[in-house]
Design a protein around this ligand. Structure first.
Ligand code: XMP
Length: 305
């Protein structure tokens, strides 16, 4: 465990020294690592830092407003409304890796625009210790959205939390008074809801995945899952009111895991499952059925694509 006050007292002047008089930029994902890196860097260099949050349209319900609120103390916060550009770029794309590529490339384009506009020569990143070990040992290919440093030309990269483990980053987040919703939030994949939609990403499917994921996060919080969410699988027949409908099949997934490399499907009680089912079908007129995913990882992955 780190002494958080001591860590902050050392990290802030170090960032100041590394950045000097230059301008810097950081991509905020809403995750705890980039949030802590941004808060430390902002304390060090103030408005020389532009924190950039790109709303891809594939975020969880209320996430953008949450970011706006949590980081309202950063005057230079830049929220890029890129929902239409991402969803248009994804039209017709069905292959999972192709989806990631399209999202990654669009993200870089958005980020480059802000870097150019703010004349930023330094990049701040929320890389943590396990990220460095994993990429050095190549244990798992880093499938975050981005690969930013390879594409955007920066004079230097600043990584204020590079020596911390995840639980230590969370402690620093609490010490920095970052809202608990950021410090304690479940991991969310870089490509967002796109990997929770089987096949083409459409605006309608994104809305279903977003609303259903919100219900699942709320209802299953008491089970303290590593991740719990909903995915949109395809269409099936149902009955709503007096009518037969052809509606979406939503899968509910809730897993326990230590690091995401393996995971166990959680055992939930029937009443909870029924409550989730009834809220999702009741609150979304286009959902015809809800299924619960009982598969561990392996053989399944946590996300659907
Ligand atoms: P899978 O689905 O591979 O997920 O079992 C393991 C963990 O990684 C997250 N995940 C991603 N994170 N970009 C990310 O930043 C991605 O493309 C991606 N795909 C999966 C997933 O949410 C889980 O925590």
């Amino acid at each position: 465990m780190v002494d958080t006050d001591e860590f902050i007292d050392e990290a802030v002047p170090e960032v100041r020294e590394q950045v000097g008089d230059e301008n810097a930029i950081i991509a905020l994902s809403g995750g705890v690592d980039s949030s802590v890196a941004a808060a430390l860097a902002y304390e060090a260099i103030g408005d020389q830092l532009t924190p950039v949050y790109v709303d891809t349209g594939l975020m969880r319900k209320g996430e953008t407003d949450q970011i706006r609120e949590t980081f309202s103390f950063m005057e230079s916060l830049e929220i890029v409304e890129a929902q239409d550009r991402f969803l248009d770029a994804l039209a017709g794309v069905t292959d999972p890796e192709e989806k990631r590529k399209v999202i990654g490339e669009q993200f870089i384009r958005e980020f480059e625009t802000v870097a150019r506009e703010t004349d930023a020569s330094m990049l701040v990143q929320g890389t943590i210790y396990p990220d460095r070990i994993e990429s050095e040992g190549n244990i798992k290919s880093h499938h975050n959205v981005g690969g930013l440093p390879d594409v955007v030309d920066f004079d230097g990269i600043v990584e204020p939390v590079r020596d911390l483990y995840k639980d230590e980053v969370r402690e620093v987040a609490r010490a920095l008074d970052l809202e608990s919703v950021v410090a304690e939030r479940m991991p969310f994949p870089g490509p967002g809801l796109a990997v929770r939609i089987v096949g083409e990403v459409t605006r309608e499917k994104v809305e279903v995945a977003r609303e259903a994921t919100h219900v699942v996060e709320e209802e299953l919080a008491e089970y303290d899952p590593w991740q719990a969410f909903a995915a949109v699988l395809g269409k099936a027949t149902g009955v709503k009111g007096d009518n037969r409908v052809h509606g979406w099949v939503v899968a509910v997934r809730s897993v326990e895991s230590r690091d995401g490399m393996t995971a166990r499907a959680q055992e939930l009680d029937w009443e909870t499952l029924q409550r989730v089912q009834s809220r999702i079908t009741g609150e979304n007129e286009n959902v015809a059925r809800v299924v619960y995913d009982v598969t561990h990882k392996p053989p399944a992955t946590i996300e659907y694509e």
